[in-house]
Design a protein around this ligand. Structure first.
Ligand code: HEC
Length: 127
């Protein structure tokens, strides 16, 4: 019994807060309209191209980003990555879940899109 309790405690400690919260069922159900609105306000500046020939700072996002794993995506949005700020103090976990749900409706960019001089210079495989 002690051993099981230890394993359980370890699992609880190892789980990032975002996972713990969704496991507890307290987070609001994801809402696509909210997710889209928040995405356009807070993420589009880096993750979409306003014009066909303008640059984009971050990678295009779609349902295939990060292997399509919602929990990983929520983690990245919460904590940030080297060139992207974390949003855990900005958005509630429910809002982050809504953004993830919205991103997961986006189709991946066409694989055969010809790179332009502008975009090919901004690919992120240099880091
Ligand atoms: C300041 C610009 C910026 C903003 C704002 C931003 N991101 Fe990012 N994001 C990046 C960059 C750059 C990367 C690529 C990782 C890196 O280079 O550090 C990234 C990576 C990601 C990834 C991982 C993609 C992959 O395939 O690895 C996800 C998911 C993501 N961002 C989601 C979001 C969401 C959702 C928002 C809005 C809440 C957001 N980002 C806001 C710049 C930004």
């Amino acid at each position: 019994m002690t051993r099981f309790a230890g394993i359980f405690l370890f699992a609880a400690l190892a789980a990032p807060p975002v996972l713990a919260q969704s496991a507890g069922g307290t987070a609001a159900a994801p809402d696509l309209a909210t997710g889209r609105q928040l995405y356009e306000q807070s993420c589009g500046v880096c993750h979409t191209k306003p014009l066909i020939n303008s640059g984009r700072f971050g990678p295009a996002l779609s349902r295939e980003s990060l292997g399509g794993q919602a929990d990983v995506m929520a983690q990245v949005i919460s904590e940030g990555v080297p060139r992207m700020p974390g949003f855990k103090h900005h958005f509630s976990q429910g809002q982050i879940r809504s953004i993830v749900a919205y991103v997961q409706t986006l189709a991946p960019p066409p694989p055969d899109a010809p790179p332009t001089a502008r975009t090919s210079g901004e690919r992120r495989d240099d880091n």
